[in-house]
Ligand binder design. Structure first.
Ligand SMILES: Cc1cc2nc3c(=O)[nH]c(=O)nc-3n(C[C@H](O)[C@H](O)[C@H](O)COP(=O)(O)O)c2cc1C
Length: 320
């Protein structure tokens, strides 16, 4: 029922994009999302060398013949990433869809995406950033509202206003999200005029998501009140799960603690400990307000099938 510019252009079954998630969007999870009918996105920043990154792309292709994308990370990172080297890998491997997220895209990378004929999607949180990316060649933009898990930026525009504002301001397909965890949300975003819907938080609570069951069970109990914003004082606002580490981070920010002290809490290694060992307070993890709408842990395929059924039902109900 929902054939959109996204499904047609990429040849995917459902207009759903699995949002890039650091340490989580590995080859196997990306392939599970693509095999379930969505568009999986590999997080290149997970890989420590271009060889490992190239192997991860090969692994996706072993697991699926469906389309997938790769994210190039432009957020500041504790481990310096050479995105030019990673772009060499994208070109060598013939990756056809690239997503960028974070700060402005360096001109050199845009030129290389275009020269290689990739479809380039830029993810951002405001009209002005979307227009800037399109002016330097982005083929599509993804915008996520203030409800979303992960980086929220500085503009604090919620999804219901952000998505149509961007659609009105640009002439390329727009993927929208932030807070979408079920079929009603998908129907809402598509009815705002988006070509597709991005989901991150919802996909954390799926069977295939590579995080410890302890963490999944704890997040299953969380409500829409259980997120908070941190790192605003550093100009890097993130919406995260409000566990004790996140609260401690905010306390440190409020008391103008040293940057090192704050970074020692939010370090990626701590989050990875949560993912691999199920330690609930080792660090800080991104989670959006849509966590409150999640009540079970299905396979990605069951989730997408049910979400799309519910989206269709929502639209039918309106037409009655
Ligand atoms: C655990 C987690 C990790 C994330 N990591 C990244 C990341 O590394 N890069 C990125 O661009 N977005 C990241 N995001 C944001 C998602 O790609 C997506 O834009 C967002 O989750 C959509 O909003 P939602 O969580 O409300 O569905 C992350 C989100 C979550 C929940």
């Amino acid at each position: 029922m929902f054939q959109t510019e996204l499904t047609k252009r990429f040849g995917i079954r459902y207009p759903i994009v699995g949002g890039t998630m650091m340490s989580i969007s590995t080859s196997d999870f990306v392939a599970a999302i693509s095999n379930a009918g969505g568009l999986g996105i590999l997080a290149s920043a997970i890989y420590q060398s271009k060889e490992e990154f190239a192997d991860a792309i090969d692994r996706i292709r072993e697991l699926t013949d469906k389309p997938f994308a790769v994210n190039i990370n432009l957020f500041p990172s504790m481990r310096p990433i050479d995105n030019s080297e990673y772009t060499d890998v994208l070109v060598d491997k013939g990756v056809s869809i690239v997503e960028t997220s974070g700060h402005s895209v360096p001109a050199e990378l845009c030129d290389r995406f275009k020269a290689a004929g990739m479809t380039w999607i830029h993810k951002c949180v405001g009209v002005r950033y979307a227009k800037k990316a399109i002016s330097i060649g982005a083929d599509m933009v993804t915008v996520v509202g203030y409800e979303n898990g992960g980086a929220t930026g500085k503009l604090d525009i919620a999804t219901l206003v952000l998505v149509p504002s961007v659609i009105d301001a640009v002439d390329v397909p727009v993927i929208g999200g932030g807070g979408v965890s079920d079929g009603r949300g998908v129907a809402a975003i598509l009815s705002l005029g988006a070509a597709g819907v991005i989901m991150g938080t919802r996909l954390m609570l799926t069977e295939e998501c590579p995080v410890h069951d302890n963490l999944k069970q704890a997040l299953l109990q969380a409500t829409e009140l259980d997120t908070m914003l941190i790192m605003r004082s550093l100009g890097a606002t993130h919406r995260v799960w409000n566990n004790s580490a996140a609260k401690k981070c905010l306390e440190k920010e409020d008391s103008a603690a040293d940057l090192e002290e704050i970074l020692s809490i939010v370090a990626g290694d701590n989050a990875r400990k949560m993912y691999s060992e199920g330690d609930l307070d080792a660090g800080v993890i991104s989670i959006g307000q849509g966590i409150g709408l999640i009540h079970e842990i299905p396979t990605v395929k069951d989730l997408f099938d049910r979400i799309m059924e519910q989206a269709e039902e929502s639209v039918r109900r309106l037409a009655e």
